[in-house]
Design a protein around this ligand. Sequence first.
Ligand code: ADP
Length: 472
Amino acid sequence: MYCRNVSNPFCSLVFRLSLTYALCCFFSMLVVLAICYVFLEASLQRRMHVDMVNEVSEYRSLFELQSLSVLKDVLEKEAISEGIHQVIFRILDGAGNVLVSTDTSFWEEIPAGHEAIQTALSGQQTFMDYQADEGDFSARFLYGAISDQLVLQLGVSLEENHALLRQFRKIFFAATLAFVLCSILAGTYVAKRSLSGVQRVTMAAHHIAAGAWDHRVPLSSYNDEIDELANAFNDMVDRIQVLFRELRDVTDDIAHDLRTPLMRIRGEAEMALRETRDDSLTAVQCGSMLEECDQMLQLINTMLEIAQTEAGTQVIECRPVDLAAIAEDMCELFRPASEDKGVELRCSVEAGMKIAGEPQRLKRLVGQLVDNAVKYTLPGGQVMVRCMREDNHFLLEVEDSGIGIPDTAQEDIFGRFYRVDASRSEPGNGLGLSLVRAISRAFGGDVCVTSEEGKGSTFTVRFPLITGDTVC
Ligand code: ADP
């Protein structure tokens, strides 16, 4: 079965395993019951034949010892005791004439069976099956000689056997149905149980893909194949994490080592600028060199700041901070630039809330979000900064009516150096939001975005509020 949609329950492995299990059980049950049925039918027939043959030889012995009239009485009594609708006895001569007969009123028609009479008189007992033209009456006859000229015709209705087999078929059908239902339930249970391990691995993979790199697949106590898979998966994630760390360390080391020679080049360009005439070519070149150096230093500093914040090595201070006041200050700081661009910047804050953090880094965080909002909003648009309380959390929202972010990029923008193609015309290096996320997480919070292309974006940072004496 090929399925496109895994969330469709009919496409799930649990469903397919249960179905396969139920089908296997159904067919095995069918085979077993069919074999039982065939054996039952054969054994009923065999028993009937033996009984009939025994009865005929019993009456032959009686006829040899007694007269025909005695035999007639015995046969009549026997027919009544077994049921006149069940059994008939007739004594026929070689021409098929009936000399003696028990009550045949319940029997629609009784075959004469001339051939069978002749065969019986030659010493060979013969069975004959009879099926009524209408209705479902059927019977079996045995022709057996009781003397040189006389043949005993014994007829037994097959109705009882048929009723028994019909009853069995009903029981078989009900048993098969119950068995299939039980096997579906058992199959679902077994499939769910055996796949719960795979689900553990899937859940862990989802968590890790969402950024929880420290998450691992929990192991069970069975030490089975799923645990082997989980172990292999965990080892793989450990290895990837180490490689990531090494790669990040190398990048941070390079950034760190570049900063000193860059500062030296900048210093020399500054000195050269001071010693040259303002309108000379050298002054222009030194000026552009200084600008380039400043941009590179800014990039390197941001990279190092992210690395230090993520590693937690430089969270020097951590104290109660009024983030709403910081947000108001940052709005004042960015108001002139936003007015120049023709973007309306508004701020609405709820006062009196404190979070645990470091003012300098929190200023960077708010500044970065407001800067981006103004940068990616076209003239005539609006930017709104809000600070509010939600349960035990402080929410900082920066909403703009700017260009928006495509759905596919909304998680990637928090990665280092990621920039959406549409915004490449604006200055930037793709590090701002990485820093925002690193700072949010360093103080126990997190950041997320909701956005629609062409309509705007809302960045929300959530921090735990300080309760009691808790500080960092
Ligand atoms: P940059 O220096 O490029 O602004 P950021 O890390 O701050 O780097 O942002 C990464 C990318 O996310 C940006 O290049 C831009 O494509 C997108 N982005 C960030 N903020 C917004 C916003 N408010 N509106 C639209 N796009 C944004």
